[in-house]
Design a binder for this molecule. Structure first.
Ligand code: ADP
Ligand code: MG
Length: 765
């Protein structure tokens, strides 16, 4: 028997006793009889529960959409009035509901989606709790019309407070047969009619409608094979619609517009150990908006996750201009028993096991995809400073002179579609691959044709410097890299921890490996890595596209001017003894080059060091114009090969349209572009396949090496530090095969090891 009057059993009173005044004491004594606990009226309980689940019309609609999708519908039509407060109607063509289930349809915890209690923990069922319809019926007028395939009539049922209710007073509550097509129509009227305070909280029905359009739009993007439409009642127009056959890009286009649909790339990642698969569409670096759009689905349900959003935003930081944000559609499937959706009444947020690890994996995959070679990138020159005396914008406009208006529009242009060669099809995903993995023997030939990629040959139809290009050339070059791999260095680069930028001018950074600290000449390592990326991504480069394209001639002219200037500066105007001119090893340019043969020899001189462009060009009277002309002709002559193999595209008008993109998130300094192009003339061995690939890729690598940064350029240095840490050194880990050549020339120098340091400190103590 309880004795509530005893203070010992009423700790609350004990607590207050010292402060009790006689009057208050009387009062307290009166109050001391605790109020008896009564069970709330079931109806009130239900309304409270419903109010937690259905906070706004959009919550009800989301549940209804999910039910329709679960019922296998391929068409879902939604009609809304007053932001869903007056009317929410959803009509689907799914399985329908059995007549016999209608009486319990809206009872709490009735569901067809859980078979046993254990199912609750296996949330492939995504927390089906059988609460949605029950909740809606507690706080709105609910009508369900439904027909299954096997029923020869449709049934209409009205619900109130979880139970069948008569449509009109005095009528029977039983479902009534009526005409109707297969599927289910659910009509929700007067939401919150019996919780007026909540209803009053909605100030703007148009805000509610926008939320509805948002959620319908999410499912419309996600649900492949389902047509969606959503409109306001009495409104002729449709707020949103997609067809059932539209693919995901078309659906994104329909709902979010072409600006984003043109710039999305597909991505996917999975991990068995972590028990998840993720796929989606990402906007590339050409697209950015003020706020991130994240369409996130976990196990088929639209959810929110601030952790995932944060990770995505962080991943895009290096790809987008400051303040720019991406569009991301991400669908994650996680093994059901690792997910808990029940933490949040509206199931908007979910918890899952290994959340951090999974998010990290996804962020990494996004990062890789963004930088992946198949991504094309439009690049508008306005932000870049080309070298020379002119400021950037002047150069850009000068280079763009004569472009037609349509071409001057900096909008996206799809890259030319690449033919798929068998050679490429053997590589499932080249992005992560190092040369070592690409050299693994005997790649299965999907076509079953003997010999596989090694022997496949293909041709290009222009120029024909060599009759056929064999993939084995590239393989040989890759093999050479692999054969010079250095295992000790490999270990170092694989397991290093990036410490920081040490000297941006000398291009040195520090890394730690084990107990040792090293100084790394990142320029030298980049030179090697970009060459290797060139080999492994051969024919699969992404593009940096110039919009409008840049006149080759003008770029070459800029390079020549620069070159002349720097020569003059070096020699103080004196003419050094010219290096004897050797016969050019190129057969290019002479015939149609416009320059004299002598000039050709000079420009195409046998220069082995990349920087030794043309030493006797100090000669007064050196024909620079002829030289740039020859280089231009050479590049144009080889443009089909350059485009097909290296994504370096030159159009019919002799303009540079695109450059190969080697590493996502990293843009080579375009200040080096003119010099890079000029050097291609003499430094690439155009008439031998193997040498051509090799020398071209070496030049390309050189172009990609980060420039030394002059002291006092703090901004630039900061920028570089971020790129080094987040992109370049990470790429060293993933994409570099460190070769014995890197051992030479102090590329990596041990500067300290912990034991040594300890000893020093011990001594100094
Ligand atoms: P849950 O979705 O968690 O099972 P609901 O209250 O949302 O709970 O739905 C209860 C049940 O009603 C579902 O399990 C399903 O069997 C049935 N149902 C609801 N909506 C539809 C629909 N549009 N088509 C077919 N069946 C439906
Ligand atoms: Mg449901």
């Amino acid at each position: 028997m309880r004795n509530y009057a005893s203070p010992q059993q009423a700790p609350v009173r004990v607590h207050y006793r010292p402060r009790i005044t006689p009057h208050a004491s009387r009062h307290c004594t009166k109050m001391a009889t605790p109020q008896r606990i009564k069970a709330l009226d079931q109806n009130v309980v239900n309304k409270i529960a419903a109010g937690e689940i259905i906070v706004a019309p959009v919550n009800a609609l989301k549940e209804l959409i999910e039910n329709s999708v679960d019922a296998g519908s391929t068409s879902i039509e939604i009609v809304v009035k007053d932001g869903g407060l007056k009317l929410l109607q959803i009509t689907d063509n799914g399985s329908g509901i059995n007549r016999d289930d209608l009486p319990i349809l809206c009872e709490r915890f009735t569901t067809s989606k859980l078979k046993a209690f254990e199912d609750l923990t296996s949330i492939g069922t995504y927390g089906f709790r059988g609460e949605a319809l029950a909740s809606i019926s507690m706080i709105a007028h609910l009508t369900v019309t439904t027909k299954t395939k096997d029923s020869n009539t449709a049934w209409k049922a009205v619900y109130a407070d979880g139970k069948l209710a008569p449509p009109k007073p005095g009528q029977s509550a039983d479902p009534k047969p009526c005409a109707g097509r297969q599927g289910t129509q659910i009509t929700v009227q007067d939401l919150f009619y019996n919780t007026p305070s909540r209803r009053r909280a909605f100030r703007s029905t148009s805000d509610e409608y926008l939320k509805i359009l948002d959620v319908v739009g999410r499912y419309a993007v996600h649900c492949e094979g389902v047509a969606f439409s959503c409109r306001k009642q009495g409104d002729g127009g449709v707020g949103l619609s997609t067809t059932s056959t539209a693919n995901v890009v078309e659906r994104i286009r329909r709902i979010h517009g072409s600006a984003v649909a043109n710039e999305v790339v597909e991505f996917s990642v999975s991990n068995k150990a972590l028990g998840f698969k993720a796929k989606g569409m990402l906007s590339n670096a050409n697209y950015h908006v003020k706020k991130t759009t994240l369409l996130l689905f976990i196990n088929g349900r639209s959810v929110e996750s601030s952790a995932i959003k944060k990770a995505i935003d962080a991943t895009y930081l290096t790809f987008l201009p400051k303040g720019g944000h991406p569009f991301v559609y991400l669908s994650i499937e996680i093994e059901p028993d690792r997910v808990d959706v029940n933490v949040h009444p509206t199931k908007r947020e979910v918890n899952f096991l290994h959340e951090d690890e999974i998010i990290e994996k996804i962020a990494e995959a996004i990062q890789e995809q963004l930088a992946a070679v198949d991504t094309s990138r439009s690049y508008t020159l306005t932000q870049t400073v080309l070298p020379g005396t002119q400021p950037q914008s002047v150069v850009a406009s000068r280079v763009g002179q004569g472009r037609q208006q349509k071409d001057a529009n900096p909008s996206f242009k799809p890259p030319t579609t690449k033919k798929t060669y068998e050679n490429n099809t053997v590589r499932v995903d080249h992005r992560d691959q190092k040369i070592t993995s690409m050299l693994l023997p005997a790649v299965r030939d999907p076509g079953g044709v003997g010999g596989g990629a090694e022997t496949t040959e293909y041709e290009y139809d222009d120029g024909r410097e060599w009759e056929e290009v064999t993939y084995s050339t590239v393989k040989t070059l890759r093999k050479a890299v692999r054969e010079s791999a250095h295992s000790g260095l490999a270990e170092l680069f694989l397991g290093h921890i990036y410490v920081g930028l040490v000297d941006a001018h000398k291009r040195l950074a520090a890394v730690q490996h084990g107990v040792k600290l090293y100084l790394v000449d990142y320029a030298a390592v980049c030179y090697e890595m970009f060459y290797q990326i060139g080999l492994s991504d051969f024919r699969n480069f992404g593009q940096i596209r110039f919009n409008p394209p840049l006149s080759l001639r003008e770029l070459l002219q800029i390079a020549a001017d620069e070159e002349q200037e720097s020569r003059n500066a070096q020699t103080g105007g004196a003419t050094p003894a010219g290096r004897p001119s050797k016969p050019g090893r190129s057969d290019d340019g002479g015939e149609d080059g416009g320059g004299s043969r002598d000039d050709d020899d000079v420009v195409m001189g046998d220069s082995d060091t990349p920087l030794d462009l043309h030493s006797n060009s100090h000669d007064e009277g050196f024909n620079w114009e002829g030289a740039t002309q020859i280089v231009e002709n050479t590049l144009r002559k080889h443009r089909v090969m350059l485009r097909d193999y290296f994504s370096l595209e030159i159009n019919d008008d002799g303009e540079l349209v695109s450059l190969p993109l080697l590493l996502k998130g990293y843009m080579p300094s375009l200040g080096k572009l003119p010099a890079f192009l000029l050097r291609l003339g003499p430094n690439v061995v155009w008439n031998s396949e193997m040498e051509c690939f090799q020398t071209f890729l070496r030049e390309l690598a050189l172009f990609y090496v980060p420039e030394p940064i002059l002291p006092n350029s703090e901004e630039k240095e900061k920028e570089l530090a971020v790129i080094l840490e987040t992109v370049i050194f990470r790429a060293f880990r993933k994409r570099l095969v460190p070769t014995t050549e890197l051992l030479a020339g102090n590329t990596v120098t041990e500067i300290a090891n912990l034991k040594g340091l300890y000893r020093i400190f011990e001594r100094s103590c």
